[in-house]
Design a protein around this ligand. Structure first.
Ligand code: NAD
Length: 519
């Protein structure tokens, strides 16, 4: 692939990149509507009840038919993964790393094809879809670099005698369950799977039903790179059935769940009832931005607009609350509304589209409910607030980007909505803003716009969030990139304390064994 993709190159008007993506949109059409089995030990099991996935862009487009995995499939996948753990550990980290690097190259070669499929599957525009694939390629490479840098996590320790050697060896837990969400259907299925596999765990992956195709594409890349079939299994099907069954399976030694707070907390509470095991639950956000009187308002409105409406507000890192100091509130709101009204909502396959659809009808209903709450609670819809139900877009799940005010006690300020709706409110100073920003069960990402060094340091020290950005016009709270921002939440947003794409991420897939030898 000639074009090196990062968010920076994508935002440029890159003709080569655009035409490669557009050709891929045509080429992948023949792959839509196919029947896919669950994958257990390399076997594609299709003789199952199926469910149909339709595109959020247009309900006439069938993305695929997927087998509904059974508990027997889970049992078989876990058993095969268990049988293979010793052999996989014996492969050694250098050989596993080499395989991951091969997989990175293969995925990079397929970037446009995968991104085009992702657009059909979850409605991402080209920039977001290409970014999701490019980020996954970075995960392969960054984690490979990390394991190399740490020499496979083997660390010599001190010694108390001439004949004594002591070593700390980090070893895999065994079989790892990965349960992934719809919104980064490649990066968040593949990222944890790569981390677990590279460190010597075998993996059973349960993707979101809306996003399953991407996990199957990930599997294809891994298989083509030479991954043994027993190392990775992909089980499509309902989360409440096989996802729950998998997470509570006796043969599972560790879990990475990424998704909603409700499901994440349920698994965090219950998955360790029989024995201890790591449960990384990466959950939702209600990400605040503070704009002080010293801020550059052009930068601030750009950052909030991108943070709130990128991927139609369906990023766990989406900007959803903005606290603006009195003095600049009116001007901030005027500029934000003007920018919001210019955004193009439409088919995400079109180059000009900024906002594609939301994922399903339930998201549209959530949007409508939030707009109703604003109106009934005495707030105001300053921009947007509409569901698009006519024309071609009427066959998809399209809503307009929305800016609202709402009284402090409204649930619009509290609940993660996962739709393109941002609330703005007035504060008298940074202290009040920090108190409000932290008054949430979540702690994922946060942003500040200020040109005052003292304010910036106070904010970094006081804000309760795992991913923090100051003056970021490219996305006030969004757009983390491997090796640039580690991505993980505090409080009700995450349990692992180690961000994806960061220097401490691989550690969670390993347990320490100290080895004392006297010889
Ligand atoms: P979701 O919780 O509905 O589903 C996530 C996954 O869990 C899916 O694969 C689903 O099938 C499965 N699942 C559902 N019920 C289950 C159960 N009882 N047991 C086991 N698995 C079950 O989330 P979603 O709608 O796919 O994703 C959106 C959510 O994910 C948002 O809350 C968002 O903030 C969060 N998210 C968090 C991060 C992060 O890094 N913190 C990243 C992306 C998304």
């Amino acid at each position: 692939m000639a074009v090196k993709i990062t968010y920076a190159t994508m935002s440029a008007d890159n003709e080569e990149l655009n035409s490669a993506y557009e050709s891929a949109l045509v080429e992948v059409q023949e792959k839509l509507g196919e029947l896919h089995g669950v994958i257990v030990n390399g076997e594609h099991r299709v003789e199952r009840p199926t469910y149909e996935e339709r595109s959020p862009i247009d309900s006439d487009i069938v993305v695929g038919l997927y087998a509904q995995g059974t508990t027997q499939d889970v049992d078989d996948a876990v058993a095969a993964a268990r049988d293979f753990t010793d052999e996989w550990e014996d492969w050694g980290w250098e050989r596993r790393r080499d395989l991951m690097q091969t997989a990175a190259d293969i995925m990079e070669d397929r970037t446009f094809e995968i991104a085009a499929l992702m657009t059909y599957e979850v409605g991402k525009n080209r920039l977001e879809a290409l970014g999701d694939v490019a980020e996954t390629v970075e995960f392969f490479r960054y984690y490979s670099d990390q394991i190399t840098k740490h020499d496979g996590f083997v660390t010599p320790l001190g010694s108390l005698g001439e004949n004594e050697t002591n070593v700390s060896v980090l070893r895999p837990w065994g079989v790892w369950a990965v349960i992934s969400p719809f919104n980064f259907p490649m990066a968040l299925a593949a990222g944890p799977s790569i981390g677990a596999l590279l460190t010597g765990n075998t993996v059973v992956l349960k993707p979101s039903n809306t996003g399953a195709l991407m996990s199957l594409e990930f599997y294809r890349v891994m298989a083509d790179a030479g991954l043994p079939p027993a190392a990775l299994h992909v089980l499509t099907g309902r989360g409440s059935e096989i996802g729950d069954y998998l997470a509570h399976h006796d043969g599972i030694d560790g879990i990475t769940f990424t998704g909603s707070y409700e499901v994440g907390m349920h698994l965090y509470r219950t998955a360790t009832e029989k024995r201890p095991k790591p449960v990384a639950a990466e959950m939702g956000g209600k990400n605040p931005v503070i704009v002080t009187a010293s801020a550059d308002l052009d930068q601030a409105t750009e950052g909030v607009m991108r943070g709130a409406f990128g991927l139609s507000g369906q990023k766990c890192s989406a900007t959803s609350r903005v606290y603006v100091e009195d003095d600049v509130y009116d001007e901030f709101v005027d500029r934000l509304v003007a920018k919001t009204e210019k955004l193009k909502v439409g088919d995400p396959k079109d180059k000009e589209t900024f906002l594609g659809p939301v994922i399903d009808r339930a998201a549209v209903s959530r949007f409508e409910k939030a707009v109703r709450e604003v109106e009934e609670s005495g707030g105001e819809v300053l921009a947007g607030g509409k569901v698009i139900s006519d024309g071609d877009l009427g066959r998809g799940n399209f809503v307009t980007p929305t800016v609202v005010t709402a009284p402090d006690q409204s649930w619009v300020w509290k609940e993660e909505l996962f739709v393109p709706l941002v609330a703005v409110g007035k504060v008298s100073d940074l202290d009040e803003a920090l108190e409000k920003a932290n008054d949430t069960e979540f702690g994922l990402t946060a942003g500040l716009f200020s040109t005052d060094e003292n304010e910036i340091e106070r904010w970094f020290d006081g804000i309760e969030a795992g991913v923090t950005y100051v003056n970021r016009a490219a996305g006030a709270t969004t757009g983390a990139w491997p090796d640039i921002q580690s991505f993980g939440g505090w409080k009700g947003s995450g349990t692992s304390g180690a961000g994806g794409g960061g220097p401490w991420y691989l550690r969670q897939f390993l347990r320490e064994q100290s080895r004392t030898k006297i010889l």
